[in-house]
Design a protein. Sequence first.
Length: 65
Amino acid sequence: MSGNIRASIKIGAKVSVVLKKHQRTGTLTEGIVERLLTNSPNHPHGIKVRLEDGQVGRVKVIHGD
């Protein structure tokens, strides 16, 4: 599932994000969503979230249960 639509991302969901420092390489980091930071309903590069470990990135993949 893609991370471009805010409504499809829930707090507590397991996601893969690209951190700011990995934007050039596209390296994905997995984590659990703590907070949604993007207010718009969608974003072409992915919705920005804060993970439970404090890292901030744009969602690329939403993992199923």
